[in-house]
Design a protein around this ligand. Structure first.
Ligand code: FPP
Length: 238
């Protein structure tokens, strides 16, 4: 983003991204699907760094959905291997960048090797505050809501307000996303942050995730700046 733009533009506090289109990006180039995931990882790193630089406070990335376990076994194991490699490789870098990382999702199906790396990384970065990065892994919005209900049932709660309920969601205490981005031309939520996106501005782009460079994020942020967030009111009341 150009310096003069930065001063005029309001940066969303929380951006959530459904990173889609890795497979189609690869197919278009007659490459195996996994090549798209490898290129996708490169973009993840660039976008994380860019968000930290431009002053985004919270970034939530949908890295692996609960339903993604249904993919061919080779693709799932490739993604898990790629994930582990990245966790090892980026371990100290993320910390040095001042990123506080948290993994949200069920996680019971992840290997113990991955789970312990995740835990280590969360502990290492616990006191960072430059960018709060949530990586949704084995995540589903419906799971997020039902695990919150189950915690409430254990506490034998008989009545909750919306703000009480939120405290049990996996994303708590983060604010809700201001801007939700989905790449690759699809226009659905795919079971992502169903509660938290109640008032997010949703930006859909046909760009495949492996082509989603920092400039594309700037375009999305500029679009976000054209939106009037009325939260149920009318323009004149704002
Ligand atoms: C969507 O593309 C992408 C994913 C399911 C995974 C996103 C993962 C990364 C960007 C890499 C980092 C994450 C891990 C877990 C290493 P798609 O495969 O659904 O593409 P398609 O819709 O074109 O088939």
């Amino acid at each position: 983003m150009a310096k003069d733009d930065e001063s005029r533009i309001s940066i969303p506090k929380h951006i959530a991204i459904i990173m889609d289109g890795n497979g189609r990006w690869a197919k278009k180039r007659m490459l195996p699907r996994v090549a798209g995931h490898v290129r996708g990882v490169k973009r993840v790193k660039e976008i994380v760094e860019h968000c930290a630089n431009i002053g985004v406070d919270y970034l939530t990335l949908f890295a692996f959905g609960r339903e993604n376990w249904q993919r061919p076994e080779e693709e799932v194991s490739f993604l898990m291997k790629l994930l582990y490699e990245q966790l090892e490789k980026e371990f100290t870098k993320l910390h040095e960048q001042g990123v506080k990382i948290r993994f949200i999702g069920d996680k019971t199906r992840l290997s113990s090797k991955i789970n312990s790396k995740i835990f280590e990384l969360e502990q290492l970065t616990l006191n960072n505050s430059r960018l709060h990065l949530n990586v949704a892994l084995d995540y589903s919005g419906m799971y997020d809501i039902t695990q919150a209900i189950n915690k409430l049932l254990v506490e034998k709660v008989t009545h909750v307000t919306e703000s009480d309920f939120e405290k049990y969601l996996l994303t708590y205490p983060d604010p809700h996303p201001d801007l939700l981005i989905r790449t690759s031309g699809e226009a659905r939520m795919s079971n992502f942050m169903l509660w938290q996106i109640a008032y997010s501005e949703c930006y859909f782009t046909s760009v495949f995730w492996p082509d989603f460079k920092t400039h594309e994020l700037d375009v999305a942020i500029k679009w976000f700046n054209t939106r009037e967030r009325r939260y149920g009111k009318i323009s004149e009341q704002l």
